[in-house]
Write a protein that binds this ligand. Structure first.
Ligand code: TYD
Ligand code: MG
Length: 473
């Protein structure tokens, strides 16, 4: 009989140690090791004996050429356009996906909606809930008006029972496991929720997807620091990892793909959480622009890109005289060190001083922007707020600012301009267009130095190019 092995496994990254250690060498997490029994055999030691010799005689695997016939990956379109955009045109048959997100963000809602839409179109869909009882899932479906969809539902957490159930009857097109953290298998002895359990359960489900051709969607909860709790290891096993994120206080949600073997990884899907489920937002620019009136100082519209999709976002700045020795800088939705850089460039190269002012910067709608192309819009918002002049309601900004104060070209300029034109903007301020990029009907002002922008805003303010509206009482 094999010796029972006890080992310590990091619950954050899955690293294994024969002894308990306080800090994980692999991922740096503190106090993350938990004793687990069994499952100690790593793939290497199971296949190879002690001396590195194979334990069983292998068979010859045919080696083939790189070129050859390829079967088109058949896709299962969910019918929810924002979801299909992120998966790259629908779920790929025989693939496994991980949908991660904070508890309560709407993962179960999204997946029951996708499951119901697919089932209504005739697909065989199995929804396995390990967290909620059948009655709870039914209640949600009823609230969403999806009760009539022929989704096969079960509340189960045992991997063996789930696989036996799935093998019984025709192969489903889509299997949703909500969530992977609740699954447990008898083949390992560790407690449910431990890394070993989650990894083994996920392995079984991924293997099931490959063998049966069904699409398997695994739901995973995310810890506060943004990593998928425990099953970090699951990310490597699945074909696609999607994150569902959003600000709890606001109603919009963003589905982002961070890994996708069958599609793009920079696309986002935008949803709005309403009283009756998630609603698609096909034109997010409108959502992130909020209630703009264009007359207030400190607001600049950034012509941004999320993946292949242009998106206009309002950047808001408030620059106010400080009463503190060290002025405050606070940022929501953008990078704090990037703000410090823009402030430094404005001071050093444009003579705009913020030393006696608190600076607050926010991206409207609670969106998180990572593009450096937002630099110019941020600078415009800051200068506008400091000068007390409005930038006008019909102008968009984009461009990367370098430490030397130069405005650098950014990718997809044509797409940005087109989106701005579509939404009724008349002017665009940005770097010179690279040759070959189609000009649009917008009036374009090219700036090569940040100081040009500052001069322009100052001139606009002096010339009252943007007439101020009456203050509402
Ligand atoms: P849920 O899908 O259960 O989140 P998760 O599975 O990611 O934990 O969504 C829970 C939240 O969504 C809950 O706080 C209530 C809200 N919600 C709505 O606002 N409208 C709805 O129609 C539904 C079903 C949920
Ligand atoms: Mg849930």
């Amino acid at each position: 009989m094999a010796k029972r092995t006890t080992q310590f496994v990091c619950q954050s990254c899955g690293a294994v140690s024969p002894r308990w250690v306080g800090k994980c060498e692999a991922c740096g997490a503190w106090n993350s090791f938990v004793e687990e029994v069994g499952g100690g055999a790593t793939i290497g030691s199971a296949v190879f004996g002690q001396k590195g010799r194979p334990m069983r005689k292998g068979r010859v695997v045919p080696l083939v050429e790189l070129s050859g016939e390829i079967a088109q990956t058949p896709r299962l379109e969910s019918g929810i356009a924002e979801l299909d955009r992120v998966t790259g045109g629908g779920f790929v048959r025989g693939s496994a996906l991980l949908v991660g997100g904070d508890p309560g963000i709407g993962k179960s809602t999204l997946l029951i909606q996708a499951a119901a839409t697919l089932a209504r179109k005739g697909a065989r869909v199995v929804y396995v809930s390990g967290e909620e009882a059948v009655a709870q899932v039914r209640l949600r479906a009823e609230r969403l008006g999806l009760s009539d969809a022929p989704v096969a539902l079960a509340a189960e957490t045992s991997v063996e029972d789930i696989l036996t159930t799935l093998a019984d009857g025709p192969t489903p097109d889509l299997v949703v496991i909500d969530s992977i953290q609740t699954l447990w298998t008898e083949v390992v002895e560790s407690g449910p929720g431990t890394v070993t359990q989650v990894r083994t359960a996920a392995q079984a489900m991924v293997r099931y997807a490959k063998e049966s051709g069904a699409t398997v969607v695994l739901v995973g909860h995310v810890t506060k620091d943004g990593s998928i709790a425990g099953p970090r290891v699951v990310e490597h096993m699945v074909d696609a990892v999607l994150y569902f994120e959003g600000d709890g206080a606001r109603h919009f949600r963003v589905l982002r793909s961070v890994k996708n073997r069958f599609g793009p990884t920079d696309e986002i899907g935008v949803f709005e959480m309403t009283g009756d489920g998630l609603r698609e937002v096909p034109n997010p620019s409108e959502l992130f622009m909020g209630e703009r009136d264009g007359s207030s100082a400190g607001a600049a519209v950034f012509a941004g890109m999320e993946g292949t999709r242009p998106m206009l976002v309002e950047i808001q700045a408030l620059v106010a005289p400080t009463s503190l020795g060290t002025p405050r800088r606070a940022v929501v939705g953008w990078d704090g060190s990037r703000l410090a850089m823009i402030l430094a460039v404005l001071e050093a190269h444009c003579g705009v001083r913020f030393g006696q002012h608190d600076v607050y910067l926010a991206v409207a709608g609670g969106l998180r922007i990572q593009e450096p192309a937002a630099d110019l819009a941020v600078a415009a918002a800051l200068v506008s707020s400091l000068a007390g002049t409005s930038l006008g309601h019909d102008c968009v900004y984009f461009g990367e600012v370098s430490l030397s104060g130069a405005v650098r070209p950014v990718a997809h300029a044509a797409a940005r301009l087109k989106e701005a034109e579509k939404l009724g903007f008349a002017r665009a301020v940005g770097p010179k267009l690279a040759s070959g990029e189609a000009p649009t009907g917008l009036k374009r002002a090219a700036v090569t130095q940040l100081v040009d922008l500052v001069t322009r805003i100052a001139a606009d303010g002096a010339g009252a190019a943007a007439p101020r509206r009456e203050q509402r009482g």
